[in-house]
Design a protein. Structure first.
Length: 495
């Protein structure tokens, strides 16, 4: 059975049986704004070159969301509803139903997952430690580094304050009062290893790949927490939320225990599968929230997206533009003229003084499926927090992950990013920092927000992309050229 006809969450089939990602993703984005900006919805519907046009259109949807808290909430609600109407759940016999009418249950004849656990053998780490440059920073030294990142414009002041709270409260590290459920548990940016080192109790869902699960089990043994995971009837560890959502839900309900779950969505997939896994997770999160209203939801936001940012960030970027120096101005002026304004454009050109801006860091090479998948996750976060649910959704910095280094254009751009005030982090530095934000979000009092988009701008670690003087897209090509030698070297070393 091919993936196109297998059971699970899919794009809808047309009259010829083809499952178009473009028709669905474009329709979902248009539907999200149809109730607040009919003209923008019409622009999206009429887009002829979706792989090219989506960048400006996602930016426009973000700008529409900035208009008011009510508009942001409406866009999130309508976008999720459209996804549920359009995406389908296919059963083992090939029948399909829209996700808005689907009810997850054990398929007839399917065997329930078994359960295995691995208990750590180490003592819990009882302070926040962050690897950086071959050393581990903690306490006053870590606070000093946080301050240096703030001064460099690499992270927001609220990020340093949030991490500082965790330094002050090491008792938060083991996630008291919660049990973590990590989907896509092996994600390079995920918190699995860090939470286990802190002594947390973790349920893990990831694809059944034996080598990866051997690594995770070894990690759990070396840690201080407990790792619990599903096992199929043949003894293979892991599960697939896209193709086995009913079985996964049944397993979670059986093993979740009495403590509230903190459900972390860290799964990544290429192309349209990323949309499908985001849709499947939306179903699972809805079911688990209906089971227990205390269920918390967690994601990491990619820095390569469009965000509503505060007025002070806009002002800081404009100050950097003004301070860029005579030499750079001399080089950039002819480049801007030759490129008809496509190179070295000032950031936040459309933002009025004293107003919020749109940090547009969408990378065309990542494609519309990636952008819409991340948008679905953001809409779920906004909708969940708006209904009173606890949500953790933090912007992580540009990081040297495998998905970046295998993309030659993005890898080269990251390699040259330091020329424009952008810092690209190592994964081992990012993981404990973002895990610290997660535990803080779960144990602190729920914040009161003036606008739903503050869910993403608060405590953001954007690596400098938001405060750069240039609109990132207009410097990307130059950064890629500058970073190309290093990128080629990294690819040769890997090869």
């Amino acid at each position: 059975m091919s993936d196109e006809t297998s059971a699970g969450v899919h794009f809808p089939a047309d009259d010829q049986g083809r499952r178009s990602t473009t028709t669905t993703t474009k329709g979902v984005l248009a539907d999200s704004v149809r109730g607040v900006d009919a003209a923008l919805a019409e622009r999206i519907d009429g887009a002829r070159e979706w792989r090219k046009d989506y960048v400006d259109l996602v930016h426009a949807v973000t700008a529409a969301s900035a208009g008011s808290a009510d508009r942001a909430a409406r866009i999130a609600t309508d976008g999720l509803a459209s996804m549920r109407r359009r995406m389908v759940l296919v059963d083992a016999d090939g029948g399909e139903v829209g996700l808005d009418e689907a009810r997850l249950s054990m398929p007839a004849g399917a065997a329930p997952f078994g359960t295995e656990s691995v208990r750590g053998t180490a003592e819990p780490v009882t302070e926040l430690r962050v690897p950086l440059g071959g050393r581990e920073l903690a306490g006053a030294e870590l606070r000093g580094q946080l301050g240096a990142w703030v001064d460099a414009g690499v992270v927001e002041p609220s990020f340093a304050e949030a991490v500082g709270e965790v330094i002050d409260h090491p008792e938060w590290l083991a996630l008291p009062g919660h049990r973590a459920l990590l989907v896509g548990a092996g994600a390079e940016m995920g918190p699995l290893e860090t939470l286990l080192s802190w002594g947390a109790d973790v349920l893990a869902i990831d694809l059944p790949r034996s080598r990866a699960w051997r690594y995770k089990k070894g990690m759990a043994t070396r840690g201080a927490g407990t790792l619990t995971f599903p096992v199929d009837e043949s003894g293979d560890s892991g599960a697939d939320v896209v193709h086995q959502p009913g079985q996964v839900l049944e397993w979670i309900r059986r093993v979740r225990g009495d403590q509230p779950l903190a459900v972390g969505m860290h799964a990544y997939a290429d192309s349209g599968v990323h949309v499908r896994v985001s849709a499947a997770m939306d179903l699972l999160m809805s079911e688990l929230t209906a089971d227990d209203a205390q269920t918390a939801l967690a994601w990491l936001a990619t820095p390569t997206d469009a965000f509503v940012v505060p007025a002070e960030v806009v002002a800081a970027a404009r100050e950097r533009w003004d301070r860029r120096g005579v030499a750079l101005k001399g080089v950039q002026a002819p480049a801007r003229a030759l490129g008809r304004g496509a190179f070295f454009a000032p950031a936040y050109r459309d933002a009025a003084d004293g107003q919020v801006g749109i940090a547009d860091v969408l990378v065309p090479q990542q494609g519309p499926n990636y952008a819409i998948a991340k948008r679905l996750q953001r809409w779920r976060g906004v909708a969940a927090e708006g209904s009173g649910q606890r949500v953790s959704f933090n912007v992580a910095p540009a990081t040297w992950t495998r998905s970046v280094t295998k993309n030659p254009v993005l890898g080269a751009a990251y390699g040259g990013a330091h020329h424009f005030g952008v810092e690209v982090f190592q994964p081992e530095t990012v993981r404990p920092l973002m895990a610290a934000l997660l535990v803080r979000d779960l144990v602190r009092e729920a914040p009161s927000r003036a606008h739903p988009e503050e869910l993403f701008s608060e405590a953001a670690a954007h690596g400098g992309l938001w405060r750069a003087g240039y609109e990132p897209k207009t410097a990307l090509g130059v950064a890629a050229v500058a970073g190309l030698p290093g990128s080629l070297g990294r690819r040769l070393r890997r090869g």
